[in-house]
Design a binder for this molecule. Structure first.
Ligand SMILES: Cc1ncc(COP(=O)(O)O)c(C=O)c1O
Length: 380
């Protein structure tokens, strides 16, 4: 798949994403299956969604997977079927995409923010217990940028306090923790198939991985307009189906997923060689049963905006996430803050993401790595 060209033209643009080239090995399969679907007339609730659900449930090591319309809806439905009701609290971090908090707020529940760890930008398990009150219904760890949250202590806290763990794994398909898929640790985990994600669709889509069959059964009813009464509360159903076109494309991409991961790993390994460990993800990939999927590769710099400028002058597209973090977002008035959120704020101000995708020439990664290295050396 890879065309490893040398970067010769000085102002050539190096994009953060390439949504087309990594899809090309699957193109013929997608087109052939699309024609089959088109002529079958079974556009909704057909065989592709069921096949994808079976395939990804197995890949994630859970009893069931349910396809839905987006990663946002996956999280909303999972939290609802975990029994989150108006007035309940859900513990998460502010260093995440707005969808995590929107899902909680749309259930009329209260997001409670605790801080992240500087090493992997994920929720700090040591801060969760202090945030628990008698209104806490769930903990929502987010496997940010494809690095796994520390799920064992999080699950222990959940069990100790009788609180559900519902994970947002929108960015973490393929990620392993303790040698197992990260989607197998929480009661339910939500995934996004948004086109920039690790396992992309060609439009919107999402999935919920369920450890319990009864959760999957309820979500299937809810996504198809059936109201569900749970612990005395009535949840209205609506249309949140994954469509067949997305499912057939995702099945094709899943067949190429391991090869793409290897290419992304190699790009990350090049960056790792250039960038000091204190300025990047410190989760050891391959150690302690962890496998990171580099949804994003991030670097931390105290003069982040200058580094961004420097890379931009060299034609390199970079990303800034989540600046400001969500406790400074307009939805903050619906949220509660627990403790200080210093690491989330520091990450918002310092983190820069570099191009990473399966078609990025290694020579480009070397160029980007050396620009970052030189900048960080001058900064220190
Ligand atoms: C952490 C996180 N949660 C939820 C979502 C929502 O997924 P979707 O865009 O498929 O609704 C995203 C997508 O960007 C995300 O990054």
């Amino acid at each position: 798949m890879r065309k490893d060209t040398m970067a010769t033209e000085p102002q050539r643009q190096i994009k953060r994403y390439d949504l087309v080239t990594p899809m090309l090995p699957c193109k013929d399969v997608i087109l052939a299956e699309f024609e089959r679907l088109l002529l079958s007339g079974k556009y909704i609730n057909g065989e592709y969604v069921s096949a994808l659900e079976r395939e990804l449930a197995e890949a994630c090591g859970v009893a069931e997977a349910v396809g839905v319309a987006s990663g946002s809806e996956a999280l909303f439905l999972a939290l609802a079927m975990a029994g989150v009701r108006p007035g309940d609290e859900v513990i998460t971090t502010p260093y995440t995409f707005a969808a995590t908090v929107e899902a909680i707020v749309l259930l009329d529940a209260v997001p409670v923010f605790v801080d992240i760890q500087p090493t992997d930008l994920n929720i700090d398990p040591g801060l969760i217990a202090d945030a628990i009150t008698d209104r806490t219904r769930a903990i929502c760890p987010v496997h940010i940028f494809g690095a796994p949250c520390d799920m064992i202590p999080i699950a222990e806290i959940g069990e100790q306090y009788g609180v559900e763990v519902i994970a947002d794994m929108a960015q973490a398909f393929g990620t392993l923790y303790n040698g197992k898929p990260c989607g197998s640790f929480a009661r339910m985990s939500s995934l996004s198939f948004y086109p920039t994600k690790n396992l992309p669709g060609i439009g919107d889509g999402g999935m919920i991985f369920c450890r319990k069959k009864e959760d999957a059964d309820r979500i299937r009813r809810l996504r198809g307009h059936e109201a569900i009464r749970l612990n005395g509360h009535l949840y209205a159903g609506w249309n949140s189906r994954l469509d067949e076109v997305q499912a057939l494309a995702i099945i094709a991409r899943h067949a190429c997923f391991k090869d793409e991961q290897i290419d992304r790993d190699q790009v990350a390994a090049i960056y790792d060689r250039h960038i000091p460990a204190t300025n990047r993800l410190r989760t050891p990939n391959g150690g302690r049963g962890i496998r990171v999927t580099y949804h994003q590769y991030w670097v931390r710099a105290s003069r982040r905006d200058e580094l961004r400028q420097r890379l931009s002058a060299a034609g390199v597209d970079t990303g800034v996430y989540y600046d400001p973090p969500l406790h400074k977002h307009e939805l903050a008035e619906y949220c509660r803050v627990q403790g200080d959120l210093r690491e989330s704020e520091r990450a918002g101000a310092e983190v820069l993401t570099l191009p990473i995708h399966a078609a990025l020439p290694f020579a480009d990664a070397e160029i980007i790595g050396s620009i970052v290295k030189e900048f960080l050396q001058a900064e220190s």
